[in-house]
Write a protein that binds this ligand. Structure first.
Ligand SMILES: Nc1ncnc2c1ncn2[C@@H]1O[C@H](COP(=O)(O)OP(=O)(O)OP(=O)(O)O)[C@@H](O)[C@H]1O
Ligand SMILES: O=P(O)(O)OC[C@H]1O[C@H](OP(=O)(O)OP(=O)(O)O)[C@H](O)[C@@H]1O
Ligand SMILES: O=C(O)c1cccnc1
Ligand SMILES: [Mg+2]
Length: 636
C-alpha cells in the first residue's frame, strides 16, 4: 500500500509527519461565506429590517426528524465548520455590490450599510459535541440572537451539518459492519458530488471511522493518512518485459545490485511448479509492470492482481475450450472473475442448476480439503488471474532476495470472498515452502462497488480481506442521499413558537430547551430528555417522568445512574468559547459515543428505536400551545 510518506510499511504509517500541526487549524473553505445561502434569507432580512425587527431576539433549533439508512442513530458532525463560518461571517464590499444588483430594485441604501456591518457577535450557539451520537428531534445546534442574523445563518449551517453528519454516520456504519480490525480506506473522490463533496467525504469518512483516504488534498488539509495502490492502467501500460528500462535493484542492506526481473523470472519458474501453473499462460506485460512498480517502491510494493481477470471471464484456458466456447469438461467452470464461487453459487438466490457453480472436476474431488480445493482452482481458473498472483508472488520473492518485504495485493473484480481466500491460501503455501512467515500475512485489499450489504455478505461467506477500499457508495451515501436536518424558529422575543403540521413528526418542539442524556443501570444511554431551560436538570438516583412528546399514554419513570447535559456553548460574544478538538479526538468520540448505545439500537436489521422524551413540564407546555394555535373549526 502506498502512502504519502513513501517509507517502509506503508500500511502502518500514512500520516504526513510534517503536517502534525494540522493545516486544518488554518483552513477554512472559501466557498463557505455569507452568500452561500438561499436568496430568501436575504430578502427576509430586508423585510425584517424594514418592518423594524432589528432588535427582535430569536431562538432556532437545528435538528433532523428521522435517522438515515434505516438506522436508529446519527453521528453529529460539521460543528467546527459551522464555527469557522460564524467567525468569518461578514459581507464583503463585493458581496454588497453584488446584492445591490441581485436583490429587487428599491431596497434602501441603509439596509446595505446595515448588512455591511453585520457579524455574528451577538449570537450564542449551543451544540452537542461533534462526533456524538444523536437522535431525531433533539436539536443538534441551538442558535439564539438577533432575529435577522440568526435567520441569515440558516442555509449555511444546514449545508454544513447535513452532509457532514450523513457522511460520518455512513462511515460509522461501514466501520461497524467491517469490525474493528479491518482497514477501511475511502476511495471516493472521483465519484463524489463535486470537489467540495469529495473533500468533505474524505474528512467525515475519517471522523466516522475510516483509516485513510486516497484524496491527497484531504490529507494535506486535515492531516488524514493518505494511502493508495495503483490503477489497472499501470499494468496495461506494459506489454512485455522488453519495455523495462530499469531492472536493477540494490539490496536494502548490502547495496548489492541484482536484476529484479531475472530474479522474478527464476522464482516464477519455481512457483509455477509449486502452484501448478504454466508460466506460458502468464502475462509478460503484467510481470514487467509489477517489476517496475517494485523497483519504484521496493518497501511499499502493492499490486493489482486482477487486471487480466476481466479478459479471462470470457476466455477460459484455450486447452479446455471446445468449439461451442464451452468448457470442454462441461462443468460450468468459473474463472474467478464472476460472482460465482465454489461455496456460494452466484449469490442471486435463484436456482443455479442452469449455471452450475464454478466447481472444477478437481474441486469436486477434493471438496473436503480446503487447501487442495483452492490450489486446484488456482490451476483451473482463467489464465490471467493465475498470472496476477503468480507474477505478484514471483516479484515478492525477488524483492525478498534484495532485502525488501512487499505489502500486498488489491483485488478489484470478481468474487471477493472466494478470490481473497484463494490468494490467502496461496500466500500461506508459499510462506511454508520458502520459510517466510510474513508471506502468509501479506495484505489483501478488496475494492469494487462495495457497500454495507456487500461487507455483511462477505462476512457471512468468510473472506480473507484485510482492507476495503470504498468509493462510490460511501461518498454518495447510496442508501440515503440526504439527511433531512431543518432549522426551525422555536422562540421569538421570549415567546414560544410552534409550527403545526398534519404530520405529527413535523410539529416543532417550541421554546428554548435543554437536553440531557440519561443512563441506565447497565451503563448504556437510555433516553434523551428535552426540558424547558428554566427547569432544574434531572439528578442521578432521582425518579424523572419521561414522556413521549405526542402520545399521551407513552410515558415512563427513569432513575438515571448518570446524567449528561448534552449542550455546551460553542460561540458567544463574537468568539469560539471552547478549545476545539482535533479530528482524531472527534474520530475517537464517535467510537466512544457509539459504545454508550445498546447493541440493539445499532444492529443493521430492524434496530430498536432509541427513546427521545420530553419532561412533563415541556409536554404540557407543548400541548397547551398546540391547542392555542389550533383554532376550533365550525361544522355546518
Ligand atoms: N463474494 C461476494 N459476495 C457478495 N458480493 C460480492 C462478492 N464479491 C464481489 N461482490 C460484489 O459484487 C459486485 C460485482 O460486480 P460486477 O457484477 O460488476 O462484477 P465485476 O467483477 O466488477 O465484473 P467486471 O470486472 O466484469 O465489471 C460488486 O459490487 C462487488 O462488490
Ligand atoms: O468501486 P468504488 O467503491 O467506487 O471504489 C473506487 C473504484 O475506483 C477505481 O475504479 P475505476 O475508477 O478505475 O473504475 P472501475 O469502476 O472500472 O473499476 C477502483 O479500482 C475502484 O474500483
Ligand atoms: O489507491 C487506490 O487503489 C485507489 C484510489 C482511488 C480509487 N480507487 C483505487
Ligand atoms: Mg471498480
Amino acid at each position: 500500500m502506498m502512502s504519502s510518506n513513501n517509507s517502509v510499511d506503508l500500511l502502518e504509517d500514512g500520516a504526513f509527519a510534517a503536517s502534525k500541526n494540522s493545516w486544518n487549524r488554518y483552513y477554512s473553505n472559501s466557498v463557505v461565506q455569507p452568500l452561500l445561502t438561499d436568496l430568501y434569507q436575504i430578502t427576509m432580512a430586508y423585510a425584517y429590517w424594514k418592518s423594524g425587527k432589528i432588535d427582535d431576539h430569536a431562538v432556532f433549533d437545528l435538528f433532523f426528524r428521522t435517522n438515515p439508512f434505516h438506522g436508529e442513530f446519527t453521528i453529529f458532525a460539521g460543528l467546527e465548520e459551522c464555527l469557522k463560518f460564524m467567525e468569518n461571517f461578514h459581507y464583503s464590499e463585493t458581496d454588497i455590490e453584488y446584492l445591490k444588483h441581485a436583490l429587487p430594485q428599491g431596497i434602501e441604501e441603509e439596509f446595505f450599510e446595515y448588512l455591511s456591518q453585520l457579524t455574528a457577535k451577538d449570537v450564542t450557539l449551543y451544540a452537542l459535541k461533534e462526533g456524538s451520537v444523536a437522535f431525531p428531534r433533539v436539536p443538534l445546534i441551538k442558535v439564539a440572537g438577533p432575529l435577522i442574523i440568526v435567520q441569515l445563518l440558516e442555509t449555511t449551517l444546514l449545508t454544513l451539518v447535513n452532509y457532514a453528519s450523513l457522511m460520518a454516520t455512513n462511515a460509522a456504519r461501514y466501520r461497524m459492519v467491517a469490525g474493528r480490525h479491518i482497514n477501511l480506506l475511502e476511495f471516493g473522490l472521483r465519484r463524489a458530488q463535486g470537489p467540495d463533496g469529495g473533500l468533505s467525504a474524505s474528512k467525515y469518512a475519517y471522523i466516522g471511522g475510516f483509516d485513510g483516504t486516497s484524496n491527497v488534498l484531504a490529507g494535506k488539509l486535515f492531516n488524514i493518512p493518505v494511502k493508495g495502490t495503483h490503477a489497472h492502467a499501470y499494468i496495461t501500460s506494459f506489454t512485455g518485459t522488453q519495455e523495462l528500462k530499469t531492472r536493477v535493484l540494490a539490496h536494502k542492506e548490502t547495496g548489492d545490485k541484482r536484476d529484479l526481473l531475472e530474479l522474478a523470472i527464476e522464482h516464477r519458474v519455481q512457483l509455477s511448479k509449486i502452484l501448478d501453473i504454466s508460466t506460458e499462460e502468464s502475462s509478460e506485460g503484467e510481470l514487467a509492470a509489477m517489476v517496475s512498480f517494485a523497483i519504484a517502491f521496493p518497501d511499499g510494493f502493492m499490486a493489482l492482481v486482477d487486471t487480466y481477470d476481466v479478459k479471462s471471464a470470457t476466455d477460459p484456458p484455450e486447452a479446455e475450450i471446445d468449439t461451442d466456447g464451452q468448457n470442454a469438461n462441461g462443468d460450468g467452470l468459473s474463472n474467478g472473475n464472476g460472482m460465482m464461487s465454489p461455496e456460494n453459487g452466484d449469490g442471486d438466490g435463484e436456482d443455479d442448476t442452469m449455471t452450475p457453480p464454478p466447481m472444477c472436476a478437481n474441486c469436486e474431488a477434493n471438496a473436503r480439503n480446503a487447501r487442495g480445493c483452492v490450489i486446484r482452482h488456482l490451476k483451473s481458473v482463467g489464465k490471467c488471474f493465475r498470472s496476477g498472483l503468480l507474477n505478484f508472488c514471483a516479484v515478492v520473492l525477488a524483492l525478498n532476495d534484495q532485502g525488501f518485504r512487499a505489502v500486498g495485493i488489491r483485488i478489484d473484480s470478481g468474487d471477493l470472498a472466494y478470490l481473497s481466500c484463494l490468494a490467502r491460501e496461496t500466500f500461506e503455501r508459499i510462506s511454508e515452502q520458502f520459510k517466510l512467515p510474513w508471506f502468509s500475512k501479506l495484505t489483501i485489499v478488496a475494492s469494487n462497488d462495495i457497500n454495507e450489504e456487500t461487507i455483511l455478505s462477505l462476512n457471512e461467506q468468510g473472506h480473507k480481506i484485510d482492507c476495503f477500499g470504498i468509493g462510490t457508495h460511501l461518498v454518495t451515501c447510496q442508501r440515503q442521499p440526504a439527511l433531512g436536518c431543518v432549522y426551525k424558529m422555536v422562540e421569538i422575543n421570549a415567546q414560544p413558537r410552534i409550527k403545526l403540521s398534519q404530520d405529527v413528526v413535523k410539529v416543532t418542539m417550541p421554546g428554548n430547551k435543554n437536553v440531557f442524556r440519561l443512563y441506565g443501570a447497565d451503563g448504556h444511554a437510555l433516553i434523551d430528555l428535552l426540558q424547558r431551560v428554566d427547569e432544574s436538570p434531572p439528578e442521578v438516583g432521582q425518579k424523572v417522568l419521561c414522556r413521549h412528546p405526542f402520545q399521551e399514554s407513552k410515558r415512563a419513570y427513569v432513575i438515571p445512574t448518570h446524567v449528561e447535559p448534552l449542550y455546551d456553548v460553542y460561540w458567544a460574544d463574537g468568539r469560539v468559547t471552547q478549545a476545539m478538538p482535533s479530528l482524531e479526538e472527534v474520530r475517537d468520540r464517535v467510537q466512544n459515543s457509539l459504545r454508550t448505545l445498546r447493541q440493539d439500537h445499532k444492529r443493521t436489521l430492524n434496530p430498536t428505536p432509541y427513546k427521545v422524551a420530553v419532561s412533563d413540564n415541556l409536554y404540557n407546555f407543548i400541548h397547551d400551545l398546540w391547542l392555542q394555535n389550533a383554532p376550533i373549526g365550525e361544522l355546518s
